[in-house]
Design a binder for this molecule. Structure first.
Ligand code: GLP
Length: 266
């Protein structure tokens, strides 16, 4: 189906001139959430994402930490997903990427950071996923969830067809997703066929969602997700009704969106 011609008036979309500006804006949002202490007042609960999109965001947050402008000392953090099976020491694991880009470079207590365990035995996966969900709830829930978007519209590893109310679970990766990861893994055969991912229901339980897309290769899927039908076939479209959703794009990723008064240009 083709995208329709309009953007819901209630959608909050910010279009930045460049990827670098968008990453600074997203870092601003995360920093403000950290400083606020989160809704519980016992420290912000962040939902983190991997992929190339947030790399510049994390670099900006690390810079602020190094300048002593920002502390992660009170922060609780959850990562969206992890390949399964894959050990955290594997350089392509999301755990390794997070340590490299953020966790090992700021003062976040590693005991306050959870990412699904790619080494979890198959027979424990259901229990592991339930524990992950319970931890999210016991911290007070996610104050802000950072999200990228896959080229098929997936968020985290919720592939097309995923249930809107899904929770953390084992998921099977689609061909397009595995192909996109093949170069990093050194070949398609090396890319795991499964992952453990927060569900769309888990993600939607966050008080605020920050969906970020950068680059012209995201323009088509961004237009489908924001202006096309709301459908499980484009998982990101299911987040459109979330009252705390903000979309941050660079100009290239926004290129296929219809013009709309109210889109904040920076
Ligand atoms: C992976 C992750 C997603 C991420 C997507 C896009 O599939 N599971 O959470 O949004 O990649 O990645 P990138 O930001 O590199 O385009």
């Amino acid at each position: 189906m083709n995208p329709t011609d309009s953007i819901d008036a209630s959608l909050r979309i910010t279009v930045c001139d460049s990827a670098a500006e968008a990453q600074v804006l997203v870092a601003d949002r995360i920093a403000a959430t950290i400083v606020s202490g989160g809704v519980t007042g016992h420290g912000a609960v962040l939902g983190l994402a991997t992929g190339r999109t947030p790399e510049g965001v994390y670099a900006e947050l690390v810079r602020r930490h190094e300048r002593r402008e920002l502390s992660f000392g009170e922060v609780w953090a959850f990562n969206l997903d992890e390949y399964w099976p894959l050990p955290p020491e594997h350089p392509c694991s999301f755990a390794a990427a997070m340590r490299r880009d953020l966790i090992d470079r700021v003062d976040l207590d590693p005991a306050h950071w959870w990412i699904p365990d790619g080494t979890c035995p198959e027979e424990r996966l259901v229990e592991h996923a339930a524990e992950f969900e319970a931890r999210v709830v016991s911290t007070g829930g996610l104050d802000l969830q950072l999200l990228g978007i896959g080229r098929n519209g997936h968020v985290a590893f919720n592939e097309p067809g995923s249930p809107e109310d899904g929770r953390t679970r084992r998921v099977e990766l689609q061909a397009a997703t595995r192909e996109d990861a093949a170069a990093a893994f050194g070949g398609l055969d090396a890319v795991p066929r499964s992952a453990i991912s927060m569900g769309l229901g888990t993600i939607a339980s966050a008080r605020r969602l920050l969906l970020v897309a950068l680059g012209s290769h995201k323009a088509g899927i961004v237009a489908r997700a924001l202006t096309g039908p709301v459908t499980p076939e484009v998982p990101a479209s299911l987040l459109r009704g979330h009252p705390g959703l903000e979309v941050v794009l660079d100009r290239a990723a926004a290129a296929e969106l219809p013009a709309r008064a109210g889109v904040i240009e920076r």
